[in-house]
Design a protein around this ligand. Structure first.
Ligand code: EPZ
Length: 422
């Protein structure tokens, strides 16, 4: 397994290009199953999760051509010949559950492996299933698979989510586009990835109102046609790299960055003493002074502070002036980066969903282990400002969500290299 070595090297300067959003691409790709015409995505990120989704769609008989070094995905599900998503692929990536709604809507049946949990939590899919039942699906859970049928097709209905779920909203939205009649989705997720999916579906002929609000209304249509759609900018990669100059000092411009994607996050950076400026090419970030102020953070569904930036924010707060409290309200086990940061000299206490961080003057480089995607990048951020070398093992987690992380950070003056594993 590869590892990454980061050496604290002072202030950063330059530009970092931000890629298309992993979490948008992972729901846009299954949308190809809704039509027998080609769907082409541009600005697609080059990530292992995208390759996993490609393999899953191919296992169903869809064609996915990676063009322009993977930045363009030309897809077609005209010749679908299998409606079963096998456990051996689904277990690698939970987002695989997003083929369930489209398969059911277009073909009237689907067999999809239950995804199982992951490092950050149990992550059930009960809300996905209840939403599809509200659209008339009949579900039978056995042998670790969801056997779903919709004889005569899905029909419009009302879906009331008890809690906000990004994936369940996406599954419901895709299924509703071909359901007979009107569907209303209440307490819908409002993430930019939902808005991006709705825009793509509308280009395919879907009739959707309210995406980005907590109530989405869909008028079902008989069929959807092909389209070409650019994947929205990755707000989590954006927020991650915004923290690099915040932690190290200096000034970095994030190309393609958009303030509307990271509103709540920028408010917290402002509170901590970090300036974010909109430029003609994106967002420029620098510290107002040498000292970052302690701030309290609570993760919430969009437009609140994103849970996917909590680990990275903790890395910043490890050397802030004072005590910060981070409350993780989305997932039950998303502080696994804390013990690794403590190995670097951070002063952190974790109690259930709360982590109290008391800032120290400087972290010290150490060997640490990546435990999940966002934890792995928070360790890199900590290493950028730490004294000496930090060696991060199990960086395969990183490859799921960050393309060319070494090249992007080297490009702004970081001392970072990837060491090939045995
Ligand atoms: C999406 O996961 C993202 N993944 C996650 O990003 C992100 O952290 C999460 O949304 C929250 O923003 C993708 O888009 C591929 P949820 P998802 O359904 O859809 C519970 C990353 O690092 N829940 O909004 O799985 C769930 O356990 C990843 O890029 C149920 O109880 O998240 C959680 O506590 C990590 N039943 C809460 O809802 C369900 O049926 C929110 O989960 C579904 C979810």
């Amino acid at each position: 397994m590869d590892s990454i070595v980061v050496t604290g090297n002072g202030a950063l300067a330059g530009e970092i290009p931000i890629a298309g959003a992993k979490n948008a691409c992972l729901t846009l790709m299954p949308a190809t199953l809704l039509s027998d015409e080609p769907l082409t995505l541009t600005n697609a990120p080059r990530l292992s999760d995208i390759r996993t989704m490609t393999d899953l769609l191919a296992s169903l008989g869809a064609e996915v051509s990676r063009l322009q070094d993977g930045q363009v995905l030309a897809m077609s599900s005209h010749d679908l010949n299998n409606h079963k998503a096998d456990y051996d692929i689904v277990r690698k990536m939970r987002a695989s559950i997003l083929v369930l709604g489209p398969l059911l809507a277009r073909h009237g049946h689907a067999i999809v492996s239950l995804p199982g949990g992951c490092a950050i939590g149990a992550r059930p899919v009960d809300l996905h299933l209840k939403a599809l039942e509200a659209l008339g699906a009949e579900l039978d859970l056995r042998d670790g698979y969801v056997h779903a049928t919709a004889a005569g097709g899905l029909r419009g209905g009302t879906i009331d989510f008890p809690i906000v779920s990004v994936g369940a909203t996406e599954n419901a939205l895709m299924a509703a586009t071909l359901a007979k009649g009107t569907t209303v989705i209440r307490n819908a997720a409002r993430e930019p990835e939902i808005v991006d999916l709705a825009r793509c579906l509308q280009k395919m002929g879907a009739q959707i109102d309210g995406a980005g609000t907590n109530t989405i209304t869909v008028q079902g249509v008989d069929r959807l046609h092909g389209a070409t759609h650019p994947v929205v900018t990755d707000r989590i990669e954006l927020g991650t790299y915004m923290l690099a100059p915040a932690i190290c000092g200096g000034e970095v411009e994030l190309l393609g960055g958009r303030m509307d994607l990271v509103g709540a996050f920028c408010e917290k950076l402002d509170e901590a003493g970090i300036d974010v400026l909109e430029t003609s090419k994106g967002l420029s970030v620098k510290r107002r002074s040498d000292h970052v102020k302690a701030v309290n953070v609570t993760t919430e569904p969009f437009p609140g502070f994103p849970t996917d930036l909590q680990a990275q924010m903790m890395a910043l707060l490890c050397t802030a002036d004072g005590e910060s409290v981070l409350e993780e309200k989305i997932f039950e086990n998303r502080f696994m980066h804390a013990p690794e940061l403590i190995r670097m000299g951070a002063d952190i206490d974790v109690h259930g969903g709360h982590a109290t961080v008391r800032g120290v003057k400087r972290l010290k480089g150490a060997p640490v282990m990546a435990t999940d995607l966002r934890a792995s990048v928070s360790l890199i951020l900590a290493g950028l400002a730490a004294e000496g070398d930090t060696t991060i093992s199990r960086v395969y987690h990183l490859d799921r969500g960050y393309e060319h992380v070494v090249r992007k950070l080297e490009g702004v003056g970081a001392r970072i290299e990837r060491i090939k594993g045995q």
